[in-house]
Design a protein around this ligand. Structure first.
Ligand SMILES: Cc1cc2nc3c(=O)[nH]c(=O)nc-3n(C[C@H](O)[C@H](O)[C@H](O)COP(=O)(O)OP(=O)(O)OC[C@H]3O[C@@H](n4cnc5c(N)ncnc54)[C@H](O)[C@@H]3O)c2cc1C
Length: 447
């Protein structure tokens, strides 16, 4: 039997929880068990098929564990005896623990479409060998249908076309791609940008059957249209991977995610913590359970969980939901609530918008127009959300917006920002888009 103080089950958020524990409790022994031999950078998965050119170029190095003195056991945990505090692995080995962290992540959602189990129909599993097989198979296909136009489907579509002669169709049931994440004007811009690549986008369409004998040959839409397909990629979301947690008697919440408190401690057992996609999320805005799975949330929760194992240090204020994506070279990002969500919540809002080039003058090389939309609560002036499209700078600009949301800053606060600017690196200090969007909201908030 292996003995440890802290046992972590998982990958991305597991590593982060382990490192956080090491920083806070340098004397504790930490063991991490994970199923895969090699762990992928999950957000980089679509880029395996285009930009980076293979799964081997998209891995989280195990050196990170070694340098933090975390022992790695490559195996699968199959049983947890919480009374005896012993975890059993698939090969029969056992590990005793003092504190246990579930970071078992999520699994791809597989819709009950007839034919979904045919060969060459691929849910996106975060598995190195499996995705390597998809990479090899993709070399021989001509017609790829991607079911789901969320960010995973859109990123796959954009990447799979790179360096290949393939016909790609994205089938999305909602009126726009990316509609779960972005407001309509940004969805429309992203969709138009994607369609410029020649990718066929069918919105308001549903696949009702995947056809072929053993292997897929086509898909049928609910309006009867048949699309040729020798590969189908499913990008329709994920579900928490909590079978083991359930078997261990841990209380589950929304979508069977592990119920945790603000310290990431499970409701059921004070020595068991959970973080990442397997843990239930509360909205930053109203505290209600929400179904959102992002690396930004998973790693923040993992830092909190690792720090709190022996004594509460950090408090989880809830999921803000900040993420960014790139479509045909243009970046789209969002933090907090969209206009659509504020309307669903019945909020009175004021919107401030501004656009400007991300260099000054705008004639600098690689200058890109950045569009910012900020959403404020009318009564308080507090920023509730923001969305940005533009060039590479969008990735960090949206993180600024996320920080503003987290600290409940008002339009008036943001107006007073002193943004560092440089001609080649940022928008002009006169036209800085986040500040100017806030400036434009100040009067309507006061009215
Ligand atoms: C294609 C794709 C692109 C994405 N892009 C983005 C993005 O750009 N930005 C963003 O914020 N988020 C993105 N996400 C979401 C993000 O990847 C997840 O939120 C993140 O991976 C969650 O991390 P996690 O550690 O909780 O779970 P996971 O990454 O799912 O890791 C769970 C780990 O636990 C292991 N495990 C499970 N059960 C056991 C067991 N019984 N024993 C041992 N090990 C076990 C698994 O094998 C796995 O290694 C993307 C997701 C996908 C699929």
């Amino acid at each position: 039997m292996i003995q440890t103080d802290v046992l972590v089950l998982g990958g991305l958020s597991g590593i982060t929880a382990g490192i956080s524990c090491r920083r806070h409790y340098p004397d504790k022994k930490v063991v991490l068990v994970r199923k895969e031999g090699t762990v992928l950078i999950p957000c980089g998965i679509p880029y395996i098929y285009g930009t980076v050119g293979g799964p081997q170029y998209n891995v989280i190095p195990d050196g990170l564990l070694e340098s933090n003195d975390i022992e790695l056991v490559k195996s699968e945990a199959v049983n947890v005896d919480r009374e005896k505090k012993i975890v059993k692995l698939i090969d029969g080995e056992t590990i005793s623990y003092d504190k246990l962290v579930f970071a078992t992540g999520s699994l791809p959602a597989v819709p009950p479409i007839p034919g979904v189990d045919k060969k060459n129909v691929y849910p996106i599993r975060k598995d190195f060998d499996y995705l390597g097989d998809v990479f090899e198979e993709m070399k021989c296909v001509e017609d790829i249908v991607i079911i789901g136009g969320g960010f995973i489907g859109v990123e796959f579509a954009d990447e799979c076309r790179k360096g290949r002669e393939v016909n790609i169709t994205v089938v999305e049931a909602l009126p726009h791609c990316l509609q779960m994440a972005l407001d309509d004007e940004f969805c429309a811009e992203a969709q138009e940008t994607l369609s410029e690549t020649g990718i066929n986008i069918l919105v308001g369409s549903k696949v009702d059957a995947i056809l072929g004998n053993d292997t897929v040959t086509s898909v049928r839409l609910s309006d009867g249209t048949v699309l040729k397909a020798d590969m189908v990629i499913l990008g329709i979301g994920a579900v928490p991977n909590t079978e083991l947690a359930e078997k261990s008697g841990l209380e589950l919440g929304l979508n069977k995610a592990i119920k945790v408190d603000r310290h990431m401690q499970s409701y059921t057992d004070s020595d068991v913590f959970a973080c990442g996609d397997c843990a239930e999320k509360q909205s930053f805005f109203n505290g209600r359970p929400i179904n959102v799975m992002l690396a930004s949330i998973a790693t923040a929760e993992a830092r909190i969980a690792g720090a709190n194992l022996y004594s509460p240090v950090h408090h989880n204020n809830g999921a803000i939901s900040v993420f960014s994506t790139v479509v045909n070279g243009r970046a789209f990002a969002v933090a907090g609530l969209t206009e659509r969500l504020t309307k669903e919540y019945g909020m009175n809002i004021v919107i401030g918008r501004h656009q400007s080039p991300d260099t000054h003058p705008g004639g600098m090389p690689d200058s890109t127009v950045t569009k910012v939309k900020l959403i404020f609560a009318k009564e308080t002036g507090v920023v509730m959300g923001g969305a940005i499209s533009g060039g590479r700078s969008v990735g960090e600009m949206i993180n600024v917006v996320s920080a503003c949301i987290m600290h409940k800053m008002t339009a008036n606060d943001i107006v007073q920002f002193q943004m560092g600017t440089h001609p080649a690196l940022t928008s002009s200090p006169i036209a800085y888009p986040i500040v100017n969007a806030a400036c434009k909201a100040v009067l309507p908030i006061r009215e």
